[in-house]
Design a protein around this ligand. Structure first.
Ligand code: NAG
Ligand code: NAG
Length: 441
């Protein structure tokens, strides 16, 4: 239903955009929705031009420019001025020059993460009166003054982590700004890289006495802004390898990052987490405990063989879980118990083994009939190959009901543990309907 609404909205936006034809950026029909400089080979802007043209699109009435991973070193004069969101992650920008974004007066979000920025001039953000979100994580910034932020009065979301902050007196104004209580989404997780005594201390927790003492000033590197530090070596499961989007929803995209484990430092406000096409082979207890807001989790195309019963602890709001194309044979008892709001569960392309151990998964799904799922088909043993798991479970009881029924009474008893869950899962106004498990025979 929601998908349909979004599709309709998108069509509507596209149509509106076509009819209007944006005045600032005349583009030919075939070039529609694209902006870039690469075609104008004789133009002096060419030296800034990215390899591929950038995408311009409208989503829910807001105009986006997606120019990520284009080896860009500067903004291009051809970009439309009425952009609301500018995605420039993973480029080669080194310096933010004075008034560099001043044309883009409507900008609400600016994503500059994973560039090579080491210097931000004091008027770099001039004119960004409407900017609320600025992403600067994973650059090479060591020092920054509070004054660069004065042009962005509405800034409420700022990412600074993954920069080699040099925590001395020079950083004091910035740090006191970040520490103002109302700025609770500014600069979280950023840590000092130097000096040695403050290494790994969080900017938000530093006191000004720690920054400004006389001895330290003497030891100060004369040119702290010129970075000569070797690149930080990242552990094998670090979420900083991933791309973090704020609009339209908080997303962490860790697709195809060769991850062997769930990253440890996932920002806690992530709503959508894509871990598809990695090398994760098991889910350990409490992997997602701190990501309370998560609604959509994509673990497809990994090599997951085992999920700990406490792996999904804390994912109370999860609505969609994609486990397509893994190596799962069954679920241990309890794996799904924390997922009160699950709506969609994708299970295709797993080697489901139709024996007694698959009963938990099957009965959980029967019991939570409002959860839509697919792909539950026996792959082994040979005799059940190609059967749906439901058919297998029925045949299990048909074959030998008297011996086997008492061995698994709780799955048939509607008024046990699961019933308690059901009460939390739904709300009190919704009357629980009896689940009928029909066993032919
Ligand atoms: C999960 O990721 C895969 C591959 O990246 C994608 O094809 C699939 O649609 C995603 N699943 C969901 C539920 O979005
Ligand atoms: C509770 O159920 C009622 C009726 O089905 C529904 O209108 C309401 O939104 C539900 N509330 C929550 C919190 O799920």
């Amino acid at each position: 239903m929601r998908v349909v609404t979004i599709v309709i909205l998108l069509c509507f936006c596209k149509a509106a955009e076509l009819r209007k034809g944006s005045p600032g950026s005349v583009r030919s029909r075939t070039n529609h929705g694209r902006a870039g400089g690469s075609r104008r080979s004789s133009n002096p802007i060419k030296r800034y031009a990215p390899d591929l043209p950038c995408d311009v699109y409208t989503y829910l009435h807001e105009k986006y420019l997606d120019c990520q991973e284009r080896k860009l070193v500067y903004v291009l004069p051809t970009w439309p001025q009425d952009l609301l969101h500018m995605l420039l992650a993973r480029n080669k920008i080194r310096i933010l020059k004075n008034r560099m974004f001043s044309k883009f007066k409507n900008l609400k979000s600016l994503d500059l993460q994973q560039n090579e920025i080491s210097k931000i001039e004091s008027e770099a953000f001039f004119g960004l009166n409407k900017l609320t979100t600025l992403l600067l994580q994973h650059n090479k910034i060591k020092v920054l003054k509070e004054e660069v932020f004065i042009y962005m009065p509405l800034l409420s979301y700022l990412r600074l982590y993954g920069n080699p902050w040099h925590c001395t007196c020079e950083l004091e104004t910035l740090i006191s700004m970040l520490q103002i209580p109302k700025n609770r989404n500014l600069g979280n997780y950023a840590k000092c890289a130097s000096p040695y005594e403050l290494k790994n201390k969080k900017l938000l927790q530093l006191k000004s006495e720690q920054l400004c003492n006389e001895e330290e000033k003497e030891q100060l590197d004369p040119k702290p802004q010129v970075s000569g530090r070797p690149p930080i070596i990242r552990p094998e499961a670090d979420s900083t390898l991933c791309n973090n989007y704020v609009f339209p929803i908080q997303t962490l995209d860790c697709k195809r990052k060769e991850l062997k484990k769930i990253p440890t430092n996932i920002p806690p406000d992530i709503v959508k987490l894509d871990l598809s096409y990695n090398k994760i082979n098991q889910l350990r207890p409490k992997e997602f405990e701190d990501v309370h807001e998560l609604k959509k989790l994509n673990l497809s195309s990994n090599t997951i063989e085992f999920i700990d019963p406490a792996a999904f602890l804390g994912l109370t709001h999860l609505e969609e879980l994609d486990l397509t194309n893994n190596r799962l044979q069954n679920f241990d008892y309890g794996v799904l118990e924390d997922l009160y709001f699950l709506k969609l569960l994708w299970l295709r392309d797993n080697p489901w083994r139709c024996d007694y151990n698959i009963h938990y998964l099957y009965y959980w799904l029967i019991h939570h009939y409002n959860v839509y799922y697919n792909g539950l088909e026996c792959k082994t043993p040979e005799e059940y190959k190609g059967w749906s798991v439901g058919k297998y479970v029925q045949s299990y009881y048909e074959e030998c009901p008297k011996d086997k029924l008492p061995a698994y009474p709780e799955t048939f008893d509607q008024d046990t543990e699961d019933d308690e869950r059901e009460k939390i899962h739904k709300n009190h106004t919704t009357k629980k309907q009896g689940v009928r498990i029909t066993i032919v025979g």
